[in-house]
Ligand binder design. Structure first.
Ligand code: SAH
Length: 238
């Protein structure tokens, strides 16, 4: 009998955030940044500091907490993943944010990437195609006190026309080709960081030059979940 109580207690302890804490998460986040991100060449101090201060475990299911600061992507439900910390750091640094920008993110997922962007810019607009993930990440971000992030359930291929143009756009799911509306919604001088491809994907930094000319630079091969089209039309959220 006492065994059953013990097992029950362990189960409650693992499942319930009130009891279960990630011990010393600031230290784990610091080691994650130093060993996985800085060591691989990301040098933007604002990005590194922000990632040291962002509680990554808060964005993933409780049963994944022991792995929250590990050097790999993690499942977040609905067949989606939160990216490897290094990729989050690299993509964020490629945006070269100074602090005043209006940023669009496609693929909110857990909300972690949006949380990392939040202190680095003026406002984040983020679109997620899976309704449950959009709702869950909006709640997580609100509960954690992020107040410059706007989450929308919608199709990222359409961008966010009412809020365009954007100083920077980051896409965290891979389309087979660059979605034209995202380039349209980028300001002149703005930067778009996006994985493009199907089986073989590359991370691109696309800059919009004077006259709307596109400058493209390939950074590294990557592996992202596909950027999909909606199965049913998504009602307008505005
Ligand atoms: N940035 C996320 C991880 C993204 S995983 C984080 O920090 O956790 C990629 C996400 O893109 C998934 O949640 C997936 O549902 C979403 N997605 C795929 N196609 C999309 C589309 N057309 N528009 C918006 N989101 C899309």
């Amino acid at each position: 009998m006492s065994r059953i109580f013990l097992l029950l207690w362990v189960y409650i302890w693992i499942q319930c955030p009130v009891f279960s804490q990630v011990e010393n998460w600031e230290q784990k986040a610091k080691e994650m940044v130093d060993n996985q991100i800085k060591a691989r060449g990301v040098s933007d101090h604002r990005v590194l500091n922000t990632m040291r201060q962002t509680p990554r475990h808060e964005f993933i299911p409780n049963d994944q907490w022991p792995y929250a600061y590990g050097d790999f992507p993690l499942p977040i439900g609905y067949e989606q993943t939160i990216s490897q910390p290094y990729i989050v750091g690299l993509m964020t640094s490629l945006l070269k944010l100074k602090g005043n920008e209006k940023v669009l993110e496609i693929g909110t997922g857990s909300g972690y990437q949006a949380a990392v962007l939040s202190p680095l810019c003026n406002a984040v607009f983020t679109i997620e195609i899976v309704k449950e993930l959009a709702e869950r990440s909006a709640k997580t971000l609100k509960d954690l006190g992020y107040d410059n992030i706007h989450v929308k359930w919608g199709d990222g291929y359409q961008g966010w026309p009412n809020e365009a143009p954007f100083d920077a756009i980051i896409v965290t799911a891979a389309p087979p080709e660059l979605p034209p509306k995202l380039f349209e919604q980028l300001k002149i001088g703005g930067r778009l960081v996006i994985p493009v491809g199907s089986i073989w994907q590359e991370l691109w930094v696309i800059t919009k030059l004077q006259g709307g000319i596109m400058d493209k630079e390939s950074v590294i091969p990557v592996r992202f979940v596909p950027m999909v089209h909606p199965k049913k039309p998504i009602p307008n959220q505005e």
